[in-house]
Design a protein around this ligand. Structure first.
Ligand code: B4P
Length: 191
């Protein structure tokens, strides 16, 4: 089993690329953003509590996503590994993920970080708002807050992974197809 993190700021293409990579390399795609949005759509009590946090562009509490991920890891069978998309988002989540994987005889094998310019991130998210209706994409202040939260709370994970020798930066500018080819090239080296 191989475990990969796909990483980058909001709008960098994590979700877009993860769906394609998971299919091509038979990986199980675990997106905490998708899991949380499903809870909101299903109007569960968790979804109701998380909805206002997400619409402001803040992170939901670590323990919520750690529990969601642990359940998914234990219930997923028959795949070559996991592709974690949008998780971990804090160093505490990273430590929890490492512990979870170690307890199951696995580790984080690689972290692919999509590098995208700020203005391009904002452009992509505003464009997506028209189609998705996601409240966190509609408002430019919320978008800027999400980028700030990424820099303050999520980016420190890069240093953590760099020290473990598993960090790989990937140019995230260009067409979806170009970026997919670049990522696939790195994946082939890892797998
Ligand atoms: P996520 O669902 O992870 O959303 P995201 O950061 O916006 O990235 P996403 O993967 O969806 O978008 P992508 O870049 O692919 O998180 C949403 C919220 O959930 C967070 O703010 C937080 O509140 C909460 N949350 C989730 N996980 C959490 C965790 N672990 N801990 C705490 N809170 C958590 O794509 C964006 C757009 O760009 C798309 O429209 C796409 O079509 C377009 N695009 C992609 N690549 C492109 C390209 N090359 N060219 C042009 N457009 C492109």
């Amino acid at each position: 089993m191989i475990n990969l993190l796909i990483f980058g700021p909001p709008g960098s293409g994590k979700g877009t690329q993860s769906v394609r990579l998971a299919e091509k390399f038979n990986l199980s795609h675990l997106s905490t953003g998708d899991m949380l949005r499903s809870e909101i759509v299903a109007k569960t009590s968790l979804g109701k509590r998380m909805s206002s946090i997400m619409s402001k562009g803040e992170l939901v509490p670590d323990e919520v996503v750690i529990e969601l991920i642990a359940e998914k890891i234990d219930s997923t069978k028959d795949c070559a590994g996991f592709l974690f998309d949008g998780f971990p988002r804090t160093v505490a989540q990273t430590i929890a993920l490492e512990k979870m994987l170690n307890e199951r005889g696995m580790k984080i094998d690689s972290m692919l970080v999509l590098d995208v310019e700020h203005d391009e991130l904002v452009k992509r998210l505003i464009l997506r708002a028209e189609l998705s209706g996601r409240p966190d994409d509609k408002d430019s202040e919320v978008i800027e807050n999400r980028i700030d939260v990424y820099k303050a709370k999520t980016e420190p994970i890069i240093d953590y992974c760099r020290k473990r020798g598993i960090y790989q930066s990937v140019n995230g500018m260009g067409t979806i197809e170009d970026i997919f080819e670049r990522l696939s090239g790195y994946m082939k080296k890892i797998l």
